[in-house]
Design a protein. Sequence first.
Length: 370
Amino acid sequence: MVALLALLVQLFCYLYYYGSVWFQSRRAAKNKIVYTDEEVPVSVIVYAEYLEELQQTLPAILQQQYSDFEVIVVNDGNGSQVYDYVSILQNDYPNLYHTYVPLNAKYISRKKLALTIGIKAARNEWVMLTNAGCLPSSSLWIKSMSRNFLPQTDLVLGYSNFKSRHSLISRFIAFDGMMDALQYLGRAIHHSAYKGDGRNMAFRKELFFRQEGFKGHLDLISGEDDLFVSSITTPKNTRVECSSDSLISEASVNLTLWANFKQKYAASSRYYKRSASIIALIRNSSMYLFYASFIILIVSGFTSGWVFSVIGSLLFLIRYSIQQFVIEKSSSLLQERSCYFTIMLFELLTPLCSIYFRLRRSSYDFTWKI
């Protein structure tokens, strides 16, 4: 009974939340989702800390196939180098602009200040965010996101992740990012958004200032994307875009970068909607409970009769089949690597990593002191 209950919870999570992105793509393919063909003016804000990362990203952004857009680079690092690089490109791209964060800016998250500066400088109503070091999957990134800019829409969430390499650690990092994205994007599809990723999202400039920017969490170093999304989303004003042209990947990834990334979201996760934490707890607990029940049934097959092993194996195959179907379909859609042979290891480790970073947050002060 315990194994069956855990299985049902797991199937619900995979089919209702994790599978939502792929199911939405099928509906879009059948023209069951309304989009707009109008190319409204867009301001793309690129947050830049390092020249090398900006050199990877900026050409791909400037070469987007879109009729009316501007690109605003907000420099928070190498002032003169970034300025010189952008100045050279401005000769060929008159829609490219540059601003910067003052070096003496204190008592506020520099990234929140950078984004606020960029949004204020934007001339268009719709604003798209990304970071230097991130690459769009195609030259139709802006167009694919903007097709969701309907009159009733204020916020569009896109998919972004670290690019997977051949190493096992790199593949785990990509799996962790994909599963996290499938969860919060799935919630958004079901009109209960609580988080977004600042590497790939769009919103109305008017909404940002009506919400008074990041006012609700100015004392936090993190929160410029996830907590901001949580503060502006409603059941009716948010859409999700995960077509093959809309994806963003961040090329440079190592354990240190990933750990900082996870720690950042762990710091702000305590301010998420309570339902997000409850659903995550139920999902993870049911997973571990299912595996424990499966092991008990298999062992019981050797001591109390083979029927227990058959039941355990049948339940395992049902879950594994649905899990593989959802993850492989989603991986293909999101241009991620398959993980047939590592999925069990990865899914067991993912919640443990999240717990580890949440425990670590108590050792650090993630607020600004004046």
